[in-house]
Design a protein around this ligand. Structure first.
Ligand SMILES: Nc1ncnc2c1ncn2[C@@H]1O[C@H](COP(=O)(O)OP(=O)(O)O)[C@@H](O)[C@H]1O
Ligand SMILES: [Mg+2]
Length: 244
């Protein structure tokens, strides 16, 4: 579904992404891991069109998307969350997700109609799938940090993506929230057949969950493979032991 080949992106002289290779197959749950500063967010910004690559290829369903603007990439079926939650703080949980469903259905011009009873079933269905239905009337800004991040996943689901991209979905979460969120991500992948690509700096979070892991260090792909192959890779062992 997604194929990234020899991708490069610099900021002035600094090579933030410096030879990245990544392959995501339909239905897979794929993790990108690497320490802070490895280039994970830059890679996701390149895939989603927030940044343009200098060289290399990004193929989504065999289309080159590497130089398209974000809205076109979104329209092709890629939705993402950001490392810092991006929600409408003063709207209700329900409304945050409804806005996204309506914009997918190109009905957002009707959003400020007094009786905005549009897409109610779709919105509730998404809230239920992420476990936020009982909080649908809460003001988004009043949610716990963990629930805000989950709301952001719900907003991304409103775009009906083929590929869901999550940037450190458990960043800043307590151990309990992290476990709940990883279980949710696994459920979305397994029960709803979504293809999910996420990144993480903590190795332990991904090993029980991801089917394929790509390890990045200093802008480069060290290896991509199943968890066992990655665990046994000597370059990965050196990179991580060297860190500690
Ligand atoms: N817009 C930018 N301008 C300059 N440097 C940047 C910019 N974005 C990221 N970087 C640098 O690129 C490197 C990789 O950053 P990032 O992709 O955010 O890493 P990660 O998400 O793996 O922590 C970091 O050293 C960061 O400081
Ligand atoms: Mg990051």
């Amino acid at each position: 579904m997604l194929q990234v080949e020899d991708l490069h992106k610099s900021f002035d002289d600094f090579k933030a992404v410096d030879g990245v290779h990544l392959s995501v197959e339909k239905g897979q749950l794929v993790a990108v891991i690497g320490p802070n500063g490895a280039g994970k967010t830059t890679l996701f910004n390149l895939i989603c069109g927030q940044l343009q690559p200098e060289s290399g290829k990004i193929l989504f369903n065999d289309d080159e998307i590497g130089r398209l603007p974000p809205f076109e990439i979104c329209r092709k079926g890629i939705a993402r969350s950001f490392q810092i939650a991006n929600i409408f703080q003063r709207l209700s949980v329900f409304r945050n997700v409804q806005v996204s469903v309506l914009s997918q259905q190109r009905l957002s011009n009707k959003l400020f109609h007094p009786a905005a009873q549009l897409a109610v079933n779709e919105t509730n269905h998404i809230l239920e799938s992420v476990g936020l239905l009982d909080k649908n009337a809460d003001v988004a800004g009043s949610l716990s940090h963990g629930d805000k991040r989950i709301l952001e996943i719900a907003i991304a689901l409103g775009n009906e993506p083929e590929l869901l991209i999550l940037d450190e979905p458990t960043a800043g979460m307590s151990p309990d929230e992290t476990a709940t969120t990883m279980a949710l991500i696994q459920r979305l992948a397994e029960k709803q057949g979504l293809t999910i690509l996420f990144c993480e700096h903590d190795m332990e979070v991904v090993f029980g969950v991801a089917q394929s892991i790509m390890v990045m260090q200093q802008g480069r792909t060290i290896v991509q493979g199943d968890p066992q192959a990655v665990r046994e890779n000597t370059e990965v062992q050196q990179a991580y032991l060297g860190d500690e």
